[in-house]
Design a protein around this ligand. Structure first.
Ligand code: UDP
Ligand code: UDP
Length: 290
């Protein structure tokens, strides 16, 4: 059973499942209550790209707060296990590197990213309070930057922006001087990590799910130019507010408790993602009307 309100996704993402006899799609917004019978809930709801979650920031906070309350309420009622998709953003602009699960984070409560960061922090708090108060069987995954085939071409994030710009010979738009770092996880590795966390008994989390190999945004741009053979030039634009300077997961916990670590490194993952974007019919996607 798949719920989506298609704010940032498209029907093409689930097209291959639509005819499956055991797949059911329901158009729903999790800020409204939802009643069904189920054994497991993956609460992945929330726009995750800064351009999307900042478009209607109050709604973003509602999705993480009201949406998580409703999904926890559902899990409590039917005694389902529930995995809450948290994020590296709960670490904010981190003062320690790499970030381990013990780190409490460095988050601005009133900045342009706060609707996402603080919303997701409250969602973690709700998960642990539903565990303590109602014995709900929670799992909490802190997902780091994820990319790969299936990404929306106008997602607005760095990997999709740079690949499309490189393929079309447009300028590659680096925000700031490009020295900020990110650690990019390939989608199959992220999904594998989430399924492992959900399906084992011992660990409730939080568990970092990410690739510990760290790159500057400038290195990412250069790698994409090289892999696409593009003639695009790099241009430098202003850095958005509160953009974290560094981000890199410590995955000791996931390795030890889930026997999980990423298998696909950036060069291989980007090659697959470039292949996907080359084959994509962009006319089927609209640019966000923001
Ligand atoms: N809820 C839901 N589906 C369910 C059960 C609950 O959407 O199957 C919602 C319900 O509307 C409630 C919220 O989840 O507002 C929290 O549920 P909980 O049982 O924790 O709180 P209560 O109903 O006691 O306020
Ligand atoms: N970024 C960039 N050019 C773009 C899009 C993003 O330089 O066209 C930078 C952005 O400022 C940030 C990093 O790339 O430092 C990752 O941005 P993204 O929006 O993908 O995710 P974030 O990790 O910031 O949530």
């Amino acid at each position: 059973m798949c719920l989506d309100n298609f704010f940032t996704s498209t029907r093409s993402g689930i097209a291959d499942l639509m005819g499956h006899p055991r797949f059911e799609f329901i158009r729903h917004d999790v800020t409204e209550p939802f009643y069904c019978e189920c054994d497991m809930v993956y609460n992945m709801a929330c726009p995750a790209s800064p351009v999307h979650y900042q478009w209607n920031p109050i709604k973003t906070t509602k999705v993480s707060v009201l949406g998580t309350i409703n999904m926890m309420g559902l899990a409590k009622r039917v005694k389902a296990r529930i995995l809450q998709a948290s994020t590296s953003e709960i670490y904010g602009d981190p003062e320690v590197t790499p970030q381990s699960e013990e780190y409490w984070g460095h988050v601005n409560t009133i900045g342009v990213r706060s609707c996402y960061d603080e919303g997701k922090r409250v969602a973690e708090t709700l998960a642990f309070d539903y565990l303590r108060s109602n014995n709900v069987d929670i799992r909490v995954a802190r997902i780091f930057n994820t990319y790969g085939p299936g990404m929306h071409p106008y997602d607005g994030r760095v990997v999709s922006n740079f690949i499309l710009q490189a393929l079309h010979g447009e300028d590659i738009t680096i925000y700031g001087d490009g020295s900020q770092t990110r650690s990019f996880g390939y989608v199959d590795d992220t999904v594998d990590g989430l399924i492992r966390l959900m399906n084992q008994e011992a660990t409730i989390g939080p568990v970092n799910i990410g690739n510990p190999n760290e790159f500057t945004v400038k290195e990412l741009a250069e790698m994409i130019i090289e892999l696409t053979g593009s003639k695009s030039k790099i241009v430098f634009l202003p850095l958005p507010g509160d953009d974290p300077k560094q981000r890199r997961p410590n995955i000791t916990r996931a390795k030890a408790l889930l026997e999980w670590e990423p298998k696909v490194q950036l060069r291989e993952g980007l090659t697959k993602t470039i292949h996907y974007f080359k084959a994509l019919d962009l006319r089927k996607y609209s640019k966000p009307t923001m």
